[in-house]
Design a protein. Structure first.
Length: 271
């Protein structure tokens, strides 16, 4: 589900050493099964961030995540679980907008953030792209901290420590068509996991907290979790999603893609 888009985001933000800039979506995933709705990440709704990113990246279009899920006929109060892959504002900023949801993240993500706040200058990389009031926001939510592997709603959780963030995690959804893997910004774009062409190695993400070796090990783990099919590792910042999966665009040009054949799409502007 796309809740925002900017015109010219630097490629280096997602791909180590890359040049140039291009159109970039901001997304999260919606899993609706029977009477349960789970979000993988939650986006952000703060007008400050909308204005800031639009000015910084050549213009943007935005809706709140609550409005985004409403486009699927899902009210905010129906969201039961939010799995946070990591704490950055564009993934975690809107958690309090879903008042009945249990927010699930790795304990290490919160503890390392709390430690970093005691010495912001020393731990600046761990605070990058994180709202300074994150801990206060989480106090307004029903939070469950996970230590390592676990489960939340319909997904399996796997820790990815000291990669994009100190306490990153990824989520795996088993479907009739095979697993879907949601890695947060540990796979921001397909090139991270697929490399620059056939038989090419992965291209590390643009922002790492830990050593690149940690991320390279994780990239292999993510590919294995997807059954070897990198198309099933879903990036949240790659416009290629809309061509790899059936998708529709709304009048404001924001889009939603169906990741399984059984997923209905709104009847609007099919791509």
């Amino acid at each position: 589900m796309e809740y925002g888009h900017v015109a010219r985001h630097p490629a280096a933000g997602f791909l180590s050493g890359a040049a140039g800039a291009g159109g970039t979506p901001f997304c999260f995933a919606v899993i609706a099964s029977h009477d349960t709705v789970t979000l993988i990440d939650a986006g952000f709704s703060a007008p400050f961030h909308q204005r800031r990113l639009s000015e910084k990246h050549g213009g943007g279009r935005w809706i709140t995540p609550v409005r985004a899920v409403a486009r699927l006929g899902i009210p905010a109060g129906a969201v039961a679980t939010i799995v946070l892959t990591h704490k950055h504002f564009d993934h975690a900023g809107a958690v309090a907008d879903f008042p009945r949801a249990e927010v699930v993240l790795q304990r290490a993500e919160v503890e390392r953030h709390r430690q970093a706040m005691t010495d912001p200058e020393r731990f600046a990389p761990e605070l990058r792209a994180t709202d300074p009031d994150l801990l206060e926001t989480l106090k307004r939510c029903r939070v469950r901290l996970v230590d390592g592997a676990g489960a939340a709603g319909p997904v399996r959780l796997h820790p990815a420590p000291d990669t994009h963030t100190p306490g990153s995690q990824y989520a795996v959804l088993d479907t009739a068509d095979g697993p879907l893997v949601f890695a947060g910004d540990n796979v921001s774009v397909y090139r991270n996991i697929e490399g620059d062409g056939q038989r090419q190695p992965p291209v590390p993400i643009g922002s790492l907290t830990g050593p690149v070796q940690n991320w390279l090990t994780l990239a292999a783990e993510l590919t294995a979790a997807a059954g070897g099919d990198t198309r099933r590792v879903i990036p949240f910042h790659d416009d290629a999603v809309w061509s790899r999966y059936p998708a529709v665009a709304f009048p404001d040009k924001l889009r939603v893609a169906a990741l399984t054949p059984a997923t209905p799409l709104p009847e609007d502007h099919a791509l």
